[in-house]
Design a protein around this ligand. Structure first.
Ligand SMILES: Nc1ncnc2c1ncn2[C@@H]1O[C@H](COP(=O)(O)OP(=O)(O)OP(=O)(O)O)[C@@H](O)[C@H]1O
Ligand SMILES: [Mg+2]
Length: 399
């Protein structure tokens, strides 16, 4: 089934009837429910929450949001239907943002503008191929293996390769370092998220989405709390819900996990589509990796859910990834070389090697290759290179 065909769209009109022309223009773009009032909307939706809600806002965005709340639904994407006067009024735009509308459509709508708003909504709620985003957890039961380093650099590499919304969730709730690796000082983190009331299904989503930090590259971070105990009341059940909410917002969500086995870790690994089991080609690391593989088979994860990624591979090392992989009875999915000085500098400055669009050096090249492979295996096809940014001088010469 195509993405559009599976989409449920609610068009919620008001007394002015500005949205009456919408349903015929959306023909072939999924199931469209048109309702002139809440009483008409309820039976037509039959308890389902629409993916997209287009709501008439003659009486203002807050009132329109209130009508959606009365229906008890949480659409994935909300479009405010506004007159051209409203759409040009900064007060209206501010109120629409506060009421959590994602987009504004001038009504009565023209077909091209409507279709653009619809496609934009689809891209955001369903990802490029209409499916939910992919969750990739990185894990090692041995500390210091490079899990966080690889999570950050893979995210940057995937982002450079274009066309994907990439997020990193730092689930190392007590010792998270992702923000620091990216030189970010987030004001909003996962801290105290456990205090959000669990009886309101939208409260966690709204809270979580307000706690996303932007990195200049375009990668988004959901950071771990800076204060150790602020993450303690996040339950395993909540971890599962957090990942499911974020899965809808990103094409690829990379999850950095702590080494301690506990119910929160298991919740995250259960939720993941793929697990990159990070290990070093050293005997103590391999013993730990073997234990993890045993655990995963007890969890009955399918074989192809878990892949081996070797990190800190040194040329002179006695044990090379192929032999180490053989010892674990699995192929090596990726091998990333040791590049000591470069990684130390990166950690101290908050500039991971993959911050640069062109991968330089053995670490960056290997991670970039790994990202390309992962991208293809997740079903996103070949990289879509971004147009190169013009340098200052170049811009001046041509102006
Ligand atoms: N390929 C590499 N070459 C050189 N140094 C590396 C490499 N990968 C990671 N490191 C370094 O190893 C150290 C540990 O990395 P990192 O914090 O990513 O590991 P981790 O597995 O997340 O550890 P923790 O168990 O603390 O969460 C860091 O100093 C990092 O710079
Ligand atoms: Mg870590």
């Amino acid at each position: 089934m195509s993405a559009a065909a599976a989409t449920l769209v609610l068009v919620l009109d008001d007394g002015q009837g500005n949205l009456k022309t919408i349903p015929p223009m959306l023909e072939g773009k999924g199931k469209v429910v048109y309702a002139g009032s809440l009483d008409e909307a309820r039976p037509a939706l039959n308890g389902q929450s629409p993916h997209i809600a287009l709501v008439a806002c003659a009486e203002g965005p807050a009132e329109a949001e209130g009508r959606l709340a009365d229906l008890g639904i949480a659409p994935g994407w909300m479009i405010a239907g506004a007159t051209s006067a409203q759409a040009g009024d900064p007060e209206f735009l501010r109120a629409a943002m506060q009421a959590r509308f994602n987009d504004i459509l001038t009504v009565p709508a023209e077909a091209p503008a409507l279709h653009e708003a619809y496609e934009n909504a689809l891209r955001h709620i369903q990802g490029p191929e209409g499916s939910k985003g992919k969750v990739v957890a990185l894990y090692s039961s041995k500390g210091g293996t490079g899990v966080s380093t690889l999570a950050v650099n893979l995210a940057l590499a995937l982002n450079h390769q274009g066309g994907l919304r990439v997020g990193v969730l730092d689930l190392d709730l007590q010792c998270g370092v992702v923000a620091s690796l990216l030189n970010l000082q987030p004001t909003q983190t996962l801290g105290k998220l456990g205090d959000v009331p669990s009886d309101d299904p939208n409260a966690l989503r709204d809270e979580l989405l307000s706690r996303i930090t932007n990195h200049e590259s375009g990668v988004r971070l959901i950071a771990s709390p800076p204060i150790l105990h602020d993450g303690l009341n996040i339950s395993a059940e909540m971890v599962g819900r957090i990942i499911r909410i974020l899965r809808d917002r990103f094409d690829v969500l990379l999850v950095d996990t702590p080494k301690w086995v506990g119910d929160r870790l298991v919740a995250a690994l259960d939720e993941a589509d793929h697990i990159l089991l990070v290990t070093e080609p050293l005997i103590p690391s391999l013993a730990k990796a073997r234990e993890s593989l045993r655990l995963f088979s007890r969890f009955e994860y399918p074989q192809d859910k878990v892949v081996l990624v070797f990190n800190r591979v040194a040329k002179e090392s006695e044990l090379q990834p192929e032999e180490a992989a053989q010892a674990l009875g699995r192929p090596a999915y990726g091998a990333v070389p040791e590049e000591h000085a470069r990684l130390i500098e990166a950690a101290n400055r908050g500039t991971p090697p993959l911050t640069e669009a062109v991968a330089k050096g053995p670490f960056a090249k290997a991670v970039s290759g790994l990202a390309e492979k992962l991208r293809a295996d997740l079903g996103f096809g070949a990289p879509k290179p971004q147009p190169k940014k013009r340098g200052f001088l170049f811009g001046r010469k041509t102006s």
